[in-house]
Ligand binder design. Structure first.
Ligand code: UDP
Ligand code: MG
Length: 317
Protein backbone atom coordinates (compact mmCIF):
# COMPACT_ATOMS: atom_id res chain seq x y z
CA UNK A 1 0.00 0.00 0.00
CA UNK A 2 1.36 3.39 -1.01
CA UNK A 3 1.91 6.09 1.59
CA UNK A 4 0.83 9.68 0.95
CA UNK A 5 2.36 12.86 2.33
CA UNK A 6 0.66 16.23 2.12
CA UNK A 7 3.20 19.05 1.97
CA UNK A 8 1.90 22.39 3.20
CA UNK A 9 4.04 25.56 3.42
CA UNK A 10 2.80 28.13 5.94
CA UNK A 11 3.80 31.71 6.47
CA UNK A 12 1.85 33.73 9.03
CA UNK A 13 -1.23 31.55 8.63
CA UNK A 14 -2.49 31.59 12.25
CA UNK A 15 -5.97 32.56 11.12
CA UNK A 16 -6.44 29.62 8.81
CA UNK A 17 -4.15 26.83 9.97
CA UNK A 18 -6.50 25.09 12.41
CA UNK A 19 -9.36 24.97 9.93
CA UNK A 20 -6.96 23.89 7.22
CA UNK A 21 -5.68 21.08 9.46
CA UNK A 22 -9.21 20.00 10.42
CA UNK A 23 -10.40 19.71 6.82
CA UNK A 24 -7.23 17.98 5.63
CA UNK A 25 -7.34 15.55 8.57
CA UNK A 26 -10.96 14.64 7.83
CA UNK A 27 -10.01 13.79 4.27
CA UNK A 28 -7.04 11.73 5.50
CA UNK A 29 -9.22 9.52 7.67
CA UNK A 30 -11.39 8.72 4.64
CA UNK A 31 -8.40 7.51 2.61
CA UNK A 32 -7.57 3.84 2.33
CA UNK A 33 -3.81 4.46 2.22
CA UNK A 34 -1.63 5.63 5.13
CA UNK A 35 -1.03 9.38 5.09
CA UNK A 36 0.67 12.21 6.91
CA UNK A 37 1.02 15.99 6.73
CA UNK A 38 4.34 17.81 6.51
CA UNK A 39 3.95 21.45 7.52
CA UNK A 40 6.79 23.81 6.76
CA UNK A 41 6.64 26.91 8.89
CA UNK A 42 8.49 29.45 6.75
CA UNK A 43 9.64 31.71 9.58
CA UNK A 44 6.19 32.96 10.61
CA UNK A 45 6.16 35.85 13.06
CA UNK A 46 2.62 35.21 14.30
CA UNK A 47 1.15 32.28 16.24
CA UNK A 48 1.66 29.72 13.43
CA UNK A 49 4.63 28.09 15.16
CA UNK A 50 2.78 27.57 18.43
CA UNK A 51 -0.33 26.23 16.71
CA UNK A 52 1.68 23.79 14.56
CA UNK A 53 3.53 22.57 17.67
CA UNK A 54 0.21 21.96 19.40
CA UNK A 55 -1.20 20.08 16.43
CA UNK A 56 1.91 17.92 16.01
CA UNK A 57 2.04 17.13 19.74
CA UNK A 58 -1.50 15.76 19.57
CA UNK A 59 -1.21 14.05 16.19
CA UNK A 60 1.79 11.85 15.33
CA UNK A 61 0.76 11.93 11.66
CA UNK A 62 1.71 15.59 11.51
CA UNK A 63 5.37 16.43 10.91
CA UNK A 64 6.59 19.99 11.23
CA UNK A 65 9.69 21.79 10.00
CA UNK A 66 10.40 25.25 11.38
CA UNK A 67 12.68 27.48 9.30
CA UNK A 68 15.03 29.89 11.07
CA UNK A 69 13.46 32.81 9.16
CA UNK A 70 11.27 33.53 6.15
CA UNK A 71 12.96 31.95 3.11
CA UNK A 72 9.98 31.97 0.74
CA UNK A 73 7.29 29.70 -0.59
CA UNK A 74 9.47 27.75 -3.05
CA UNK A 75 12.24 26.90 -0.54
CA UNK A 76 9.51 25.80 1.90
CA UNK A 77 8.01 23.37 -0.63
CA UNK A 78 11.53 22.19 -1.51
CA UNK A 79 12.20 21.38 2.15
CA UNK A 80 8.94 19.42 2.26
CA UNK A 81 9.95 17.33 -0.76
CA UNK A 82 13.47 16.80 0.61
CA UNK A 83 12.04 15.53 3.91
CA UNK A 84 9.35 13.33 2.39
CA UNK A 85 9.77 9.57 2.60
CA UNK A 86 6.31 8.71 1.26
CA UNK A 87 5.58 7.17 -2.15
CA UNK A 88 3.27 9.99 -3.20
CA UNK A 89 3.16 13.64 -2.17
CA UNK A 90 0.57 16.35 -2.65
CA UNK A 91 1.75 19.95 -2.52
CA UNK A 92 -0.96 22.25 -1.24
CA UNK A 93 -1.39 25.79 0.11
CA UNK A 94 -2.38 26.32 3.72
CA UNK A 95 -5.17 28.77 2.92
CA UNK A 96 -7.69 26.20 1.56
CA UNK A 97 -7.69 27.80 -1.90
CA UNK A 98 -6.75 24.31 -3.01
CA UNK A 99 -9.55 22.26 -1.38
CA UNK A 100 -8.21 19.15 0.44
CA UNK A 101 -11.51 17.40 -0.37
CA UNK A 102 -10.17 16.92 -3.92
CA UNK A 103 -7.36 14.63 -2.74
CA UNK A 104 -9.26 11.32 -3.18
CA UNK A 105 -10.12 12.23 -6.80
CA UNK A 106 -6.54 13.28 -7.54
CA UNK A 107 -5.27 9.99 -6.09
CA UNK A 108 -7.80 8.02 -8.13
CA UNK A 109 -6.74 9.84 -11.30
CA UNK A 110 -3.09 9.10 -10.56
CA UNK A 111 -3.83 5.43 -10.10
CA UNK A 112 -6.05 5.17 -13.18
CA UNK A 113 -3.57 6.93 -15.47
CA UNK A 114 -0.50 5.51 -13.74
CA UNK A 115 0.78 9.08 -13.83
CA UNK A 116 3.94 10.38 -12.19
CA UNK A 117 2.44 13.85 -11.82
CA UNK A 118 -1.13 15.05 -11.56
CA UNK A 119 -1.02 18.84 -11.92
CA UNK A 120 -4.09 20.77 -10.93
CA UNK A 121 -5.27 23.35 -13.45
CA UNK A 122 -7.41 26.25 -12.30
CA UNK A 123 -10.42 26.24 -14.58
CA UNK A 124 -11.80 29.13 -12.54
CA UNK A 125 -10.19 31.39 -9.97
CA UNK A 126 -13.22 32.29 -7.90
CA UNK A 127 -11.25 33.53 -4.96
CA UNK A 128 -8.80 35.84 -6.69
CA UNK A 129 -9.47 39.49 -7.40
CA UNK A 130 -9.23 40.94 -10.90
CA UNK A 131 -5.61 42.14 -10.65
CA UNK A 132 -4.29 38.75 -9.51
CA UNK A 133 -6.26 36.93 -12.21
CA UNK A 134 -5.02 39.25 -14.97
CA UNK A 135 -1.36 39.29 -13.88
CA UNK A 136 -1.35 35.50 -13.47
CA UNK A 137 -2.92 35.02 -16.90
CA UNK A 138 -0.38 37.30 -18.55
CA UNK A 139 2.51 35.76 -16.59
CA UNK A 140 1.80 32.15 -17.61
CA UNK A 141 1.41 33.13 -21.25
CA UNK A 142 4.56 35.29 -21.36
CA UNK A 143 6.48 32.51 -19.60
CA UNK A 144 5.34 30.00 -22.19
CA UNK A 145 6.36 32.19 -25.11
CA UNK A 146 9.79 32.94 -23.58
CA UNK A 147 10.73 29.57 -22.16
CA UNK A 148 12.37 26.64 -23.89
CA UNK A 149 10.20 24.32 -21.76
CA UNK A 150 6.45 24.45 -22.29
CA UNK A 151 4.40 24.70 -19.11
CA UNK A 152 0.75 23.89 -18.58
CA UNK A 153 -1.19 27.17 -18.31
CA UNK A 154 -2.95 28.37 -15.14
CA UNK A 155 -1.28 25.80 -12.94
CA UNK A 156 0.16 26.51 -9.51
CA UNK A 157 2.13 24.22 -7.24
CA UNK A 158 -1.00 22.27 -6.24
CA UNK A 159 -0.16 18.83 -7.61
CA UNK A 160 0.54 15.21 -6.82
CA UNK A 161 4.03 13.85 -7.46
CA UNK A 162 5.34 10.34 -7.08
CA UNK A 163 8.61 8.94 -5.73
CA UNK A 164 10.33 9.02 -9.14
CA UNK A 165 9.65 12.74 -9.45
CA UNK A 166 10.71 13.40 -5.85
CA UNK A 167 13.98 11.49 -6.30
CA UNK A 168 14.81 13.41 -9.47
CA UNK A 169 13.75 16.70 -7.93
CA UNK A 170 16.10 16.14 -4.99
CA UNK A 171 18.99 15.80 -7.45
CA UNK A 172 18.43 19.27 -8.90
CA UNK A 173 21.24 21.48 -7.66
CA UNK A 174 20.01 24.97 -8.52
CA UNK A 175 19.26 27.30 -5.58
CA UNK A 176 16.50 29.30 -7.22
CA UNK A 177 13.80 26.72 -7.69
CA UNK A 178 10.74 27.50 -9.79
CA UNK A 179 9.10 24.29 -8.72
CA UNK A 180 6.17 24.02 -11.11
CA UNK A 181 8.56 24.70 -14.02
CA UNK A 182 11.13 22.17 -12.82
CA UNK A 183 8.52 19.45 -12.42
CA UNK A 184 7.30 20.08 -16.00
CA UNK A 185 10.91 20.00 -17.13
CA UNK A 186 11.48 16.59 -15.47
CA UNK A 187 9.09 14.92 -17.87
CA UNK A 188 7.59 11.46 -17.13
CA UNK A 189 3.84 11.03 -17.36
CA UNK A 190 2.02 14.20 -16.32
CA UNK A 191 -1.75 14.52 -16.46
CA UNK A 192 -4.00 17.50 -15.72
CA UNK A 193 -6.80 17.66 -13.19
CA UNK A 194 -9.24 20.58 -13.52
CA UNK A 195 -10.57 22.32 -10.42
CA UNK A 196 -11.94 25.60 -9.14
CA UNK A 197 -9.44 27.70 -7.20
CA UNK A 198 -11.43 28.92 -4.23
CA UNK A 199 -11.26 32.04 -2.11
CA UNK A 200 -8.82 32.19 0.76
CA UNK A 201 -10.55 30.77 3.85
CA UNK A 202 -9.05 33.40 6.18
CA UNK A 203 -6.11 35.77 6.44
CA UNK A 204 -4.54 37.73 3.61
CA UNK A 205 -2.27 36.80 0.72
CA UNK A 206 1.38 36.22 1.58
CA UNK A 207 2.34 37.15 -1.97
CA UNK A 208 2.37 40.96 -2.12
CA UNK A 209 3.26 42.62 -5.45
CA UNK A 210 6.97 42.70 -4.57
CA UNK A 211 7.09 38.93 -4.00
CA UNK A 212 5.02 38.32 -7.14
CA UNK A 213 7.48 40.32 -9.26
CA UNK A 214 10.48 38.52 -7.71
CA UNK A 215 8.81 35.17 -8.33
CA UNK A 216 8.00 36.02 -11.96
CA UNK A 217 11.49 37.33 -12.71
CA UNK A 218 13.08 34.26 -11.09
CA UNK A 219 10.93 31.98 -13.22
CA UNK A 220 11.86 33.91 -16.35
CA UNK A 221 15.61 34.02 -15.72
CA UNK A 222 15.86 30.35 -14.75
CA UNK A 223 13.89 29.11 -17.72
CA UNK A 224 14.77 31.49 -20.51
CA UNK A 225 17.68 33.27 -22.14
CA UNK A 226 15.31 35.27 -24.29
CA UNK A 227 15.69 38.53 -22.30
CA UNK A 228 19.41 38.42 -23.15
CA UNK A 229 18.64 37.80 -26.80
CA UNK A 230 16.07 40.62 -26.81
CA UNK A 231 18.74 42.89 -25.30
CA UNK A 232 21.08 41.90 -28.10
CA UNK A 233 18.41 42.51 -30.74
CA UNK A 234 17.82 45.97 -29.27
CA UNK A 235 21.55 46.60 -29.53
CA UNK A 236 21.53 45.52 -33.18
CA UNK A 237 18.53 47.71 -33.95
CA UNK A 238 20.25 50.67 -32.28
CA UNK A 239 23.45 50.11 -34.29
CA UNK A 240 21.50 49.98 -37.56
CA UNK A 241 19.55 53.13 -36.74
CA UNK A 242 22.84 54.81 -35.79
CA UNK A 243 24.50 53.76 -39.06
CA UNK A 244 21.58 54.93 -41.21
CA UNK A 245 21.46 58.27 -39.40
CA UNK A 246 25.20 58.88 -39.70
CA UNK A 247 25.23 58.03 -43.42
CA UNK A 248 22.20 60.27 -43.94
CA UNK A 249 23.74 63.22 -42.10
CA UNK A 250 27.16 62.81 -43.74
CA UNK A 251 25.67 62.69 -47.23
CA UNK A 252 23.38 65.54 -46.29
CA UNK A 253 26.38 67.63 -45.29
CA UNK A 254 28.19 66.86 -48.57
CA UNK A 255 25.22 67.39 -50.88
CA UNK A 256 23.54 70.03 -48.82
CA UNK A 257 20.13 68.43 -48.24
CA UNK A 258 20.50 68.09 -44.48
CA UNK A 259 20.50 70.92 -41.96
CA UNK A 260 22.22 68.94 -39.26
CA UNK A 261 23.77 71.94 -37.54
CA UNK A 262 20.37 73.16 -36.43
CA UNK A 263 19.39 69.69 -35.10
CA UNK A 264 19.50 70.09 -31.32
CA UNK A 265 16.26 68.13 -30.90
CA UNK A 266 17.44 65.21 -33.01
CA UNK A 267 20.77 65.06 -31.12
CA UNK A 268 19.06 64.97 -27.76
CA UNK A 269 16.55 62.37 -28.98
CA UNK A 270 19.28 60.11 -30.31
CA UNK A 271 21.48 60.45 -27.22
CA UNK A 272 18.55 59.69 -24.92
CA UNK A 273 17.41 56.75 -27.01
CA UNK A 274 20.84 55.13 -27.21
CA UNK A 275 21.47 55.86 -23.53
CA UNK A 276 18.21 54.10 -22.69
CA UNK A 277 18.99 51.09 -24.85
CA UNK A 278 22.44 50.78 -23.26
CA UNK A 279 21.19 51.01 -19.69
CA UNK A 280 18.42 48.53 -20.40
CA UNK A 281 20.73 45.95 -21.93
CA UNK A 282 23.32 46.39 -19.17
CA UNK A 283 20.48 46.02 -16.64
CA UNK A 284 19.29 42.74 -18.17
CA UNK A 285 22.88 41.48 -18.24
CA UNK A 286 23.37 42.57 -14.62
CA UNK A 287 20.29 40.66 -13.54
CA UNK A 288 21.61 37.42 -15.02
CA UNK A 289 25.00 38.04 -13.41
CA UNK A 290 23.27 38.56 -10.04
CA UNK A 291 21.51 35.22 -10.39
CA UNK A 292 24.77 33.56 -11.43
CA UNK A 293 26.48 35.05 -8.37
CA UNK A 294 23.78 33.66 -6.08
CA UNK A 295 24.16 30.23 -7.60
CA UNK A 296 27.96 30.29 -7.29
CA UNK A 297 27.79 31.23 -3.61
CA UNK A 298 25.89 27.94 -3.24
CA UNK A 299 24.31 28.83 0.08
CA UNK A 300 21.69 26.38 1.29
CA UNK A 301 18.18 27.20 0.11
CA UNK A 302 16.86 27.27 3.66
CA UNK A 303 17.99 26.87 7.28
CA UNK A 304 16.02 24.62 9.61
CA UNK A 305 15.56 25.66 13.21
CA UNK A 306 13.63 22.62 14.41
CA UNK A 307 11.88 19.47 13.21
CA UNK A 308 8.96 17.74 14.95
CA UNK A 309 7.67 14.17 14.69
CA UNK A 310 10.42 13.12 12.30
CA UNK A 311 11.76 9.64 13.10
CA UNK A 312 15.14 10.77 14.43
CA UNK A 313 13.68 13.15 16.98
CA UNK A 314 11.32 12.77 19.89
CA UNK A 315 8.36 15.11 19.70
CA UNK A 316 8.27 17.55 22.56
CA UNK A 317 6.32 20.69 23.27
N1 UDP B 1 3.99 31.02 1.80
C1 UDP B 1 5.21 30.67 2.36
N2 UDP B 1 6.22 31.60 2.40
C2 UDP B 1 6.08 32.84 1.87
C3 UDP B 1 4.85 33.17 1.24
C4 UDP B 1 3.84 32.23 1.22
O1 UDP B 1 5.36 29.55 2.87
O2 UDP B 1 7.03 33.63 1.95
C5 UDP B 1 2.90 30.03 1.76
C6 UDP B 1 1.57 30.51 2.30
O3 UDP B 1 1.47 30.31 3.69
C7 UDP B 1 0.58 29.65 1.52
C8 UDP B 1 1.28 29.46 0.19
O4 UDP B 1 2.66 29.71 0.42
O5 UDP B 1 0.37 28.39 2.13
C9 UDP B 1 0.75 30.36 -0.89
O6 UDP B 1 0.69 31.69 -0.43
P1 UDP B 1 -0.61 32.60 -0.60
O7 UDP B 1 -1.83 31.76 -0.46
O8 UDP B 1 -0.50 33.76 0.34
O9 UDP B 1 -0.42 33.10 -2.08
P2 UDP B 1 -1.59 33.42 -3.15
O10 UDP B 1 -2.52 32.23 -3.12
O11 UDP B 1 -2.25 34.66 -2.66
O12 UDP B 1 -0.87 33.57 -4.42
MG1 MG C 1 -3.38 31.33 -1.57
Amino acid sequence: MKKLAIIIPCYNEEEVIRESYRRTRTVMTSLTCPSEIIYINDGSQDGTRRILNEISAADPQVKVIHFSRNFGHQPAVTAGINHCDADLAIIMDADLQDPPELIPEILALQEKEEANVVYCVRKARDGDHFFKRMTAKIFYRVMNSMSEVKFPLDTGDFRLIDRKIMNEFCRLKERGKYIRGLISWLGFKQVPYYYTHEARAAGTTKYPLRKMINFASMALVYFSNKPLRIAMSLGFAAVIIGLVLSVWFTLGKIYGFSHAESGWTSTITIVTFFGGVQLLTVGVLGHYIGVLFNEIKARPEYIIDEERNFPTQEPSL
